[in-house]
Every structure is written in C-alpha cells, then in structure tokens.
Design a protein around this ligand. Structure first.
Ligand SMILES: Nc1ncnc2c1ncn2[C@@H]1O[C@H](COP(=O)(O)O)[C@@H](OP(=O)(O)O)[C@H]1O
Ligand SMILES: [Mg+2]
Length: 252
C-alpha cells in the first residue's frame, strides 16, 4: 500500500486513540510507576490497545513495537525491515501535570528510516502527519487542514527544548548557538513546531527511546527538516536497545 493511502487510515486510528486519551485526561486518573520509575496511566494502556487493534486491521503482516508492550526479542526484531513504532502517550509527565503537551504517536519505519508519521495532541486539539515523498500537514484546533513546511534559515534561532528533561549538556549546546529564543515544549511536539515553521532547532542531549521520536521525525523529514546524531549522520531506527543517541532536530 502507498503511504498516501495509509495516511488517512493511520490518522483515523490516532484520532480514535486521542479521543480516548482526552476523555481520561478529564477524569481524576491514577498515576502508576513502571519498573524504570516512569509514570503510566490507564490512558497509555487504553491508547495502546486502540492503536494496536487499528494497525492490525489495516496491516495484518506489519509487526508493531509499542512503548506499552513487552518488545519482541532482538533475535526477531533484527529481521524486521518494516515495522510500526508506537508511543501511545508521549509526555506522560505533561499528561500527569496537566500541561496539555502530550501526544499520541504512530510511525512506520522502513529499513531504519521513519517514512510515515502521525502525531496528535489530544488536549491541544492539533494533529500532524506526513510521509516520505508526500509532504506534511497540520490540522489545527478549528479543524482547518493545511500543508506545513520548515521555516527558511534565520540568524536568531528559535530553540525548542524539553519541559521536563532540560539537562546541563543541552543548556551548554544551546549556549553555543549565540543569540536565540528558547521555547520549552513537552513530548514530540518539539519536532512538530519545527516542521510547521514555528521553531528552528531542537537539541536533545539526553535520553529518548525510538518510540518518542519516530512519528514526529517522519513528519519533520516530510516537511523539509532533518534529525542528525552528533556525528552528523541521520538518526536511525531498529536498534537493539531501542534507545536513541543524542541528536539535533532542525529545519536544515
Ligand atoms: N532516562 C530516560 N531513558 C529513556 N527515555 C527517557 C528518559 N528520560 C526521558 N525519556 C523519554 O523522554 C520522553 C519525554 O520527553 P520530553 O521530556 O521531551 O517531554 C519520555 O516519554 P514518555 O513520556 O512517553 O515516557 C521518555 O521516553
Ligand atoms: Mg514517550
């Protein structure tokens, strides 16, 4: 199936998950902590289930890697040329602190490259999607859909960095950029802000997992941007430990 045909189906799945996540957000939900001490709520698990059921319906044969499921062993995953990469709720800290800056993320990875992505922000009522060779779009809170594209280069960079994980290394990197404006944002929305031309650079000199970045990375690529590791190579997917190295996302 072509990416163009897949996009509306994946968007519908993300929208369904988003609606469920938002309904839970409005309740007095309970926060649990996983083995790595990261927060999880019923929203993460409900969103995971809706997305997995939806993806299975549209693509029986493409395996799924989701933050909220035990991953297949590396002996299996290393043979995956194509897989869905899912973070049912990215920015769980933003969800539990009620900042609204959390997202639902679905990416399609092919040979280590994010080729299609959908990101929805249930509380902000925004959605972003894009695919290789197709371009990228945003649906704003009024329901208006328009194409998005990265901004043209400018002298004073608009830097976007994590709300919850802005560490000293990232601050040092930002200091090397000279004159700049810093905007903090939660979750994968940082990539989306660059993709829509509202920010120029997102340095992440701290840990992330592949599911945190895959979908928004695909959208940023489709909008004309890039995501490189600190040695200047494109960030890639399908790593054994599912952990990303430090990276810089930018408008080019
Ligand atoms: N020590 C760590 N190891 C791996 N990933 C981490 C991490 N600390 C933060 N993250 C990732 O950073 C994401 C949040 O990013 P941000 O701070 O930019 O909003 C988290 O996503 P989740 O909220 O889905 O768990 C989590 O996966
Ligand atoms: Mg995440």
């Amino acid at each position: 199936m072509h990416y163009r045909d897949l996009l509306p189906e994946v968007l519908a799945i993300a929208d369904a998950a988003s609606e469920k996540v938002f309904n839970i957000y409005l309740t007095d939900f309970k926060v649990d902590y996983k083995a790595d001490n990261s927060p999880v709520t019923v929203a993460d698990l409900a969103s995971h289930q809706i997305i997995v059921d939806g993806l299975r319906r549209i693509s029986r044969d493409i395996p799924i890697l989701s933050e909220e499921a035990a991953s297949e062993p590396w002996s299996t995953r290393q043979h995956w040329h194509r897989f869905w990469l899912v973070d049912p709720v990215d920015g769980t800290k933003e969800f539990t602190s009620r900042s609204g800056e959390f997202t639902v993320n679905i990416a399609l990875i092919e040979d280590g490259e994010p080729v299609l992505g959908v990101v929805t922000a249930p509380a902000l009522k925004e959605a972003f999607w894009g695919a290789k060779g197709e371009g990228a779009w945003k649906r704003d809170r009024t329901g208006h859909i328009h194409r998005i594209r990265v901004a043209v280069p400018r002298d004073s960079k608009r830097v976007v960095a994590s709300k919850s994980h802005l560490n000293p290394e990232t601050r040092q990197f930002i200091d090397t950029l000279g004159e700049h404006q810093l905007v903090q944002a939660g979750s994968s929305l940082k990539f989306c802000r660059i993709a829509e031309g509202h920010a120029d650079i997102y340095p992440r000199l701290g840990p992330t997992c592949e599911w945190d970045t895959g979908a928004a990375h695909a959208i940023l690529l489709a909008a004309g941007g890039k995501v490189d590791t600190l040695d200047g190579k494109p960030l890639r997917y399908g790593k054994e430990d599912v952990l990303n190295p430090h990276f810089v996302a930018s408008s080019k």
